[in-house]
Design a protein around this ligand. Structure first.
Ligand code: DAH
Length: 344
C-alpha cells in the first residue's frame, strides 16, 4: 500500500515532465489541475499521516519535488509563450518605416541677431563678459561718470528695487565695463551682451526691457581711428560688404569724445525708407573714447591707457532684419510669432 502511493507520485512527476501544452488553454488546464486551489497534489499531502514514520520524511520530500516540478513546468511554458507573443508582435512592426520627425525648436529673433554680433566681434579677438542684471548704483552710474546729481541720469529712467536707493535694474550694459575694469588689467577687449531695463512707456517703438551689446577696448595707444575701423568692420559684416557708416557727434557721460553711428541702408525699398524715416541712415550704436575719469574710477591709469567703448541696441537690428513692426511682439512669447524665426 505504501509503495503504491510512492509509485503514484513518481508517475505524476513523469507525467508532468512528459506533458505538452501547446496553447494558452492547455496551459490553463495544467495550472488548474496541478496548481489551482483544488489541485490534485494537495490531497496527497494529507496522506503523509498514513505513511509509516520511517518513510514520512522521504514521502514529504517526494511531494515537494512533485510540486516544484509542476511549478517549474508551468513557469517555463508560460515564459516560452510570452516570448513567442512578443516576437510575433515585433514581427508585425515595419522596421523600415521612417521615424516620426523630431520637432526642433527655433531661436528667438533677438538671440539670432545677438549671436551673430557676438560671432563678428569674436573673430577679431573680443571675448564675452556677462554680468548681473540687478546692479548697484555705483557700477551702473557713478563709475560711468554719472554721479547722483548728474543731469544725464534723466536720460535713463531707472527701476530701483523696492525700498532701495542703490539697488537697481541696470539701465545699460555699460555697467559691465566697470565690473570688468575693476577686475582685470589692460589689455581689455570684451563684449558684454545682455538685457537692460528702463522705466519707459511701452509702445510699438520702445519697451521697458531690451538688449544691448557693450564693447570695451582698453590698452596703450588705443585711438579713435581704431574704434572707427572696428565699427566699420562690424557694420560690413552685419549689414553687407558695401555698407557705409557715419559717425555723428553725440554726448554720453562716460565717453569723450562721443558719437553715434548710423549705417546706410538706402531708401530704395519701402522698408528701409520707413525704418530710416526717409534718410536712408539707421542709427545702430553709441560709442566714444572712454572718459579718463571712468578709467580712473575703475582703477586704470588714464595717463598710460586709453580705450574706446560702444553700446549696440539689439532690438532695432532684429526688427530691421526680420521686418518686425512692433517691439512688443519680441517680448510676448507668442508661439505663432517666435516659431517663424529659423536660424541657420
Ligand atoms: N550706454 C549707452 C546707452 O545705453 C550706449 C553707449 C554709448 C555705450 C556710448 C557705450 C558708449 O559704451 O561708449 O544708451
Amino acid at each position: 500500500m505504501a509503495q503504491d502511493i510512492f509509485n503514484k507520485v513518481n508517475e505524476l512527476i513523469e507525467e508532468i515532465k512528459a506533458s505538452k501544452q501547446e496553447n494558452l488553454e492547455a496551459l490553463e488546464q495544467f495550472r488548474i489541475k496541478y496548481l489551482g486551489t483544488k489541485n490534485i497534489i494537495k490531497p496527497l499531502f494529507a496522506e503523509i499521516r498514513n505513511i509509516h514514520n520511517d518513510r514520512k520524511k522521504e514521502f514529504g520530500q517526494l511531494l515537494n519535488i512533485l510540486k516544484e516540478t509542476a511549478e517549474n513546468k508551468f513557469n517555463s511554458i508560460k515564459n516560452e509563450m510570452d516570448n513567442t507573443a512578443l516576437y510575433e508582435k515585433s514581427a508585425s512592426i515595419d522596421h523600415t518605416r521612417p521615424a516620426f520627425p523630431i520637432e526642433s525648436g527655433s531661436r528667438h529673433p533677438v538671440s539670432i541677431v545677438m549671436n551673430e554680433m557676438i560671432e563678428i566681434f569674436s573673430r577679431i579677438g573680443f571675448t564675452v563678459a556677462e554680468d548681473r542684471e540687478i546692479e548697484d548704483d555705483w557700477h551702473n552710474f557713478t563709475a560711468m561718470n554719472t554721479p547722483a546729481d548728474h543731469p544725464a541720469r534723466d536720460m535713463q529712467d531707472t527701476f530701483y528695487l523696492k525700498n532701495s536707493v542703490s539697488q537697481l535694474l541696470r539701465t545699460h550694459t555699460s555697467s559691465v565695463q566697470a565690473r570688468t575694469m575693476m577686475e582685470t588689467k589692460p589689455p581689455i577687449r570684451i563684449i558684454a551682451p545682455g538685457r537692460v531695463y528702463r522705466n519707459e512707456t511701452i509702445s510699438a517703438r520702445s519697451h521697458c526691457q531690451f538688449h544691448q551689446i557693450e564693447g570695451l577696448y582698453v590698452d596703450k595707444n588705443v585711438s579713435f581711428a581704431d574704434m572707427k575701423q572696428t565699427l566699420l568692420y562690424f557694420a560690413r559684416e552685419m549689414y553687407g560688404k558695401e555698407t557705409d557708416i557715419r559717425l555723428r557727434p553725440s554726448y554720453f557721460p562716460f565717453t569723450e569724445p562721443s558719437a553715434e553711428m548710423d549705417v546706410f541702408l538706402g531708401t530704395a525699398d519701402e522698408r528701409s525708407k520707413r525704418l530710416t524715416k526717409g534718410t536712408g541712415w539707421l542709427e545702430v550704436l553709441g560709442c566714444g573714447m572712454v572718459d579718463p575719469q571712468v578709467l580712473e574710477n575703475c582703477g586704470i591709469d588714464p595717463l598710460i591707457y586709453t580705450g574706446y567703448a560702444f553700446g549696440i541696441g539689439i532690438e532695432r537690428s532684429a526688427m530691421q532684419r526680420f521686418n518686425i513692426s512692433d517691439i512688443r511682439m519680441i517680448f510676448e512669447n507668442d508661439i505663432r510669432f517666435i516659431s517663424q524665426f529659423k536660424s541657420a
